[in-house]
Design a binder for this molecule. Sequence first.
Ligand SMILES: Cc1cc2nc3c(=O)[nH]c(=O)nc-3n(C[C@H](O)[C@H](O)[C@H](O)COP(=O)(O)O)c2cc1C
Length: 223
Amino acid sequence: MAKPNIAIKDIESALKFRRAMKSFDVSKKINEEDIKLILEAIRLTPTSYGFEPFNVIVAQDTDFRKKLEKAAGVNAARFTASHLLIFTAKTGEELTRKDGHIDHMLRDVAYMNAVVRTGYKTFWKKWAKTDFKIFGDNEKLHQWAARQAYIALGFAMMTAAERGIDSCAMEGFSIDKLAEILEELKLIDREKDLPVVMLALGYGNKEPHSQTRRDINEIIKYC
Ligand SMILES: Cc1cc2nc3c(=O)[nH]c(=O)nc-3n(C[C@H](O)[C@H](O)[C@H](O)COP(=O)(O)O)c2cc1C
């Protein structure tokens, strides 16, 4: 595969263009090619152990969006965006149960045979128990899955910016209320998946809010 060589100025331009867009033009829709590209960026996102412990719901139906707004009142102005993505992450129970998400990934996606699967799962368990100290604690396992979803969130926002598409990540919602709505509509089973973050995508109709950043020397340490 050809090595990409995107010009530094083009990458900088996308990085600077990406701002948290607070208000979207309801009449401007993202074209099919661009939305496919953003969803593909999510699919190709790297995840720890390659477990891909998240899913995405694309919320396009107007009535569905109205329901969602009830769980995310502070973000109502973002709900006119062309596309609205809800990232869900696997629960700890679903990740680790027999024939749960990890077993599914190893068996049906990575096509490992039973022996290799057992070895890989044992290796992961040891790491999760001793190194990251998340095994045996379902909330920590879920938050670990959520961290993987946030990598996908970043990939999606960057890809959108590269195509001149505005975005706003959103944590301003009630997880309980949103999960209830999603479960009512049979979009999730709360035992297995829970919403962790949303992403509005489209074209802004106002100037973005002012942006602040720490000095690079406060963030980065060399040694
Ligand atoms: C994970 C995450 C959650 C966020 N949640 C919200 C939100 O609920 N509502 C909102 O208006 N902005 C939200 N933001 C946007 C941030 O406020 C914004 O990214 C930050 O102030 C930096 O500004 P910039 O994105 O324009 O650089 C969120 C951003 C991230 C990354």
